[in-house]
Every structure is written in structure tokens, then in C-alpha cells.
Design a protein around this ligand. Structure first.
Ligand code: GDP
Ligand code: IMO
Ligand code: MG
Length: 429
């Protein structure tokens, strides 16, 4: 019996939330370990739709949710989300939600700097969510972040705010944006402290106790390998590492606790924001995928760019991310297409290659080499067993397995929780 870590293998929005919610019935604790409220996870359970950004998806199943030290926490966004899901009937208390007291906070200065910098970048903008994620991670690494535990020490907070403002106001003023006063930030923190502090604790210690008691832990990744700050399409990435290894450091557990790594991949590809996307389709097929898949960003509402499945990139994500098996989602969106293409290699400046380059110029110049298969006329939407799938859909899944060199262990055929086919239980591995 093992723990399970779920990560995205493309550019996010693969359906991680749905899969985590489905798997959570087999887990005791669900842990977020990186990212922040740039994530947007949609869960559909009967007639209820839950949209989660910062809260671990396991809370919907009544499991303990944990926000680890690797997450950047916007306290206002967190409280708004707690209020929203509470109104939907979920129970979020310090008993059901544990937040690492060493997690850094996202403050109003971070969002302001994120947006001001994006505006200044012009045509080279990253297309961030504008939620201050990058600036908050920068402050953590630069050792000037305000962490949740600082809220209990007014004297620490006082000098840390001076240091933070010296840095941020210099930048904001240079960018022609509005600066902040110490009073503004103090008022912000004074308002949120009484609600936030009761949730904070030494998460690493509680997770260690849970491990000793034989509890099953499900680590819930946000974003995806192609948005990883080291391994993704840099600089068009997010500001955290998204690979499974970070589940350990981002929550304070041993690397051996990561367990089975379940990579989530859509049966095609999408991306929100700017940056290279070799298999992007600018034609009617791309628009059809977007309409059928309801491809609009959960966080920003932006239309997602759509394209064919890129087996080269996923094979790379499998290796870099340490993926043990794949959950393939949104197979139903391909129903009824005459032909389906899979990217099996690239051409770069007239040369064939099977590796995705690292420099942004070369990444934007690679042209996909496709293998094309006939589609299927039958519907896979709502299928709950392998036997319900048309032969051609099974061929597509099998070909993907060969190309990415990893087994497909779960399949998803609609947004609904139970429209899921399990081939191999990752907790039993
Ligand atoms: P995440 O960020 O990886 O959790 O993914 P999002 O929730 O942002 O985006 C995935 C979208 O696809 C959500 O609206 C899900 O409800 C939906 N979804 C998930 N799995 C499936 C599936 O198998 N079929 C279809 N049609 N929709 C799905
Ligand atoms: P989930 O968890 C898709 C993208 C943004 C932008 C880049 C940097 O729902 O899969 P940031 O605000 O993080 O500095 O933006 O990363 N991005 C996502 N795209 N899904 C996400 O999360 C994303 N989180 C960030 O669109 O291109
Ligand atoms: Mg999402």
C-alpha cells in the first residue's frame, strides 16, 4: 500500500481536480504542496460543481485537507474560497484543514507587482494569472517573505514589513504603479490574522504522525510539468517546481512518501497564457476541441489554446516527473472526429529531432511530425468500463502508452466524478 502523488504532465487543466476527488475516496489526507490560487480545479459531483483554487480537492470528500509549506497563500482568496464552499455544504475547520505555519503569504503588493510587470513586458508578457504568484515566490527565495507564523509576532512583522516595502515600493514606483504604505499592509494583516492563525500548525509533524499511523496520503499537484520553473517552457512558466519530487519538500515529508506518481494527461493538449505550443491548432479542429472540451480557464476565464496530443512532451514529463502511470482525461472530447493526430517527433530548422529544445526561440520554431489514426463514431462520454469503449478508442489509448513509455492506469470520460475507468489502483501499487 502506497501514497499517491498526482501531477499535471502538460500545461495544466488536465483534470487533476476531478482525478484527485475520485481518488480521495481511497485516501485519508489530501495535501497541496506547491502553487497557489493560480490553480483552478473543477469538480462535478451530481448537480454540484465545486471550483477550488487553494483548497485541497479532498475536502469535497470530507477528508483532511493540507496546505503545505511549498504553497504560497493569499489569505483573502483563501477565506473567500472557504466561505464559498461552506455555503455549498462543505465543512472547513481547523480540524479538517491544516495549513503549514511556515508557508509564505501573498500580499496585495505581490498582485500589484505581477500585473505592473506584465503590462511593462508588452509583447513578451507571460500571460500570468496576475495573482502575485511569481513575486511571492521571489520574496520567499530572497528571504523577505512574511510567513504565516510571523503573524503571531508583531515585533517581527514590524521590521519584516519595512524590508518588504523598501523592495516593492522601489519596483512599483519604477514601473509607474501605485505604492503601498505600511499601514495598508498592517490593516490587511490585522484583518485576516484572527481567521487564518487557527488553521496554522506544524504540518510536517502531523503528516509524520499520520504516516506512523498508516494513514494514506494523496499529494495534489497544481499546474504541470511544462509549467515547471526548471523543466517547463521557461520563461513562459509558473514560479514553482511542479514535479512529484516537490511533494516531499513542499510538505515536509520524506522523499519515499511520494509513492505512486500519477501523471494526468488530456487526450489532446491545451494551454492558457503565452509561450510555445508545438501542436497548437489554429483551425476549425482547434476550435471544435475548445468548444467540446469547454476550454476556458477556471481562474481567468481566458479561452484555452487547443491542439493535438504531443507524445514527445509527455514522454519527457514522464521521465522528468518520475511518472509511474497516466490518467488520460477528456477522451470523450475526441468522439466523432474523422481523424486524430498524435505528435511523434519534431522538425527543427529542417532537421528531424525527438527532443524538445530548451531555448525559447528554438521551442517556438519546432514543427510537429504527426502520426494520424482514424477516429471513432461511437460515444465514449460517460463510459465507466473498458468494455464500453469502441475498438478505435482503445487503439488510440494503446498507441499513446507505447509512445509515452508509461501505462494508462485511469481513464476519464466526462466531468462527472464517477465517469472514470480504473485499470490499476495506484494505492495498491
Ligand atoms: P485541473 O486544473 O487539472 O484540475 O483541470 P481543470 O478543472 O482546470 O480543467 C479540466 C476541466 O475538464 C474541468 O472543467 C473538468 O470538469 C473537465 N473534465 C475533467 N475530466 C473530464 C473528462 O474526462 N471529460 C470531459 N468532457 N471533461 C472533463
Ligand atoms: P491548474 O492547477 C493552467 C499559467 C498561466 C501563465 C503561467 C504563469 O489549474 O492546472 P502564474 O500566475 O502562475 O505566474 O502564471 O502559468 N498557469 C496555469 N495554466 N492551469 C493552471 O493551474 C495554471 N497556473 C498557472 O496561465 O501562463
Ligand atoms: Mg485548472
Amino acid at each position: 500500500m502506497s501514497n499517491v502523488t498526482v501531477i499535471g504532465t502538460q500545461w495544466g487543466d488536465e483534470g487533476k481536480g476531478k482525478i484527485v476527488d475520485w481518488l480521495a475516496s481511497r485516501a485519508d489526507i489530501v495535501v497541496r504542496f506547491q502553487g497557489g490560487h493560480n490553480a483552478g480545479h473543477t469538480l462535478v459531483v451530481g448537480d454540484q460543481v465545486y471550483k477550488l483554487s487553494l483548497l485541497p480537492s479532498g475536502l469535497v470528500r470530507g477528508k483532511i485537507g493540507v496546505i503545505g509549506n511549498g504553497v504560497v497563500v493569499d489569505p483573502k482568496a483563501l477565506m473567500t474560497e472557504i466561505d464559498r464552499v461552506t455555503a455549498q455544504g462543505l465543512v472547513v475547520t481547523p480540524e479538517t484543514l491544516w495549513i503549514a505555519e511556515n508557508a509564505p503569504l501573498i500580499l496585495p503588493v505581490h498582485g500589484a507587482l505581477d500585473r505592473a510587470r506584465e503590462a511593462a513586458r508588452g509583447e513578451h508578457k507571460i500571460g500570468t494569472t496576475g495573482r502575485g504568484i511569481g513575486p511571492a515566490y521571489e520574496d520567499k527565495v530572497a528571504r523577505r517573505a512574511i510567513r504565516i507564523c510571523d503573524l503571531a509576532e508583531p515585533e517581527t512583522l514590524d521590521w519584516k514589513l519595512d524590508e518588504l516595502l523598501l523592495h516593492h515600493n522601489t519596483l512599483l514606483a519604477g514601473l509607474g504603479a501605485e505604492t503601498f504604505t505600511k499601514e495598508q499592509l498592517k490593516d490587511f494583516l490585522t484583518e485576516i490574522t484572527p481567521r487564518l492563525l487557527p488553521f496554522s500548525c506544524q504540518v510536517w509533524d502531523r503528516l509524520d504522525e499520520a504516516r506512523r499511523a498508516g494513514r494514506r496520503i494523496l499529494f495534489e499537484g497544481a499546474q504541470a510539468v511544462m509549467l515547471d520553473v526548471d523543466h517547463g517552457t521557461y520563461p513562459y512558466v509558473t514560479s514553482s517546481n511542479t514535479v512529484a519530487a516537490v511533494a516531499a519538500s513542499g510538505s515536509g515529508v520524506s522523499p519515499s512518501s511520494v509513492g505512486f506518481v500519477l501523471g494526468i494527461a488530456k487526450a489532446y493538449t491545451t494551454r492558457v497564457g503565452e509561450g510555445p505550443f508545438p501542436t497548437e491548432l489554429h483551425d476549425q479542429t482547434g476550435r471544435t476541441l475548445g468548444e467540446r472540451g469547454h476550454e476556458f480557464g477556471t481562474v481567468t476565464g481566458r479561452p484555452r489554446r487547443c491542439g493535438w496530443f504531443d507524445a514527445v512532451l509527455i514522454r519527457r514529463a514522464v521521465r522528468v516527473g518520475g511518472v509511474s502511470g497516466i490518467a488520460l482525461t477528456k477522451l470523450d472530447v475526441l468522439d466523432g472526429l474523422d481523424e486524430i493526430s498524435i505528435c511523434v517527433g519534431y522538425e527543427l530548422d529542417g532537421q528531424k529531432t525527438e527532443t524538445f529544445p530548451s531555448a525559447p526561440g528554438a521551442q517556438s520554431r519546432v514543427k510537429p511530425v504527426y502520426e494520424t489514426m482514424p477516429g471513432w463514431k461511437e460515444t465514449t462520454a460517460g463510459a465507466r468500463s473498458w468494455a464500453e469503449l469502441p475498438a478505435q478508442a482503445i487503439k488510440y489509448v494503446r498507441r499513446i502508452e507505447e509512445l509515452i513509455e508509461a501505462p494508462v492506469t485511469l481513464l476519464s470520460t466526462s466531468p462527472e466524478r464517477d465517469d472514470t475507468i480504473l485499470m490499476r489502483d495506484p494505492f495498491e501499487d
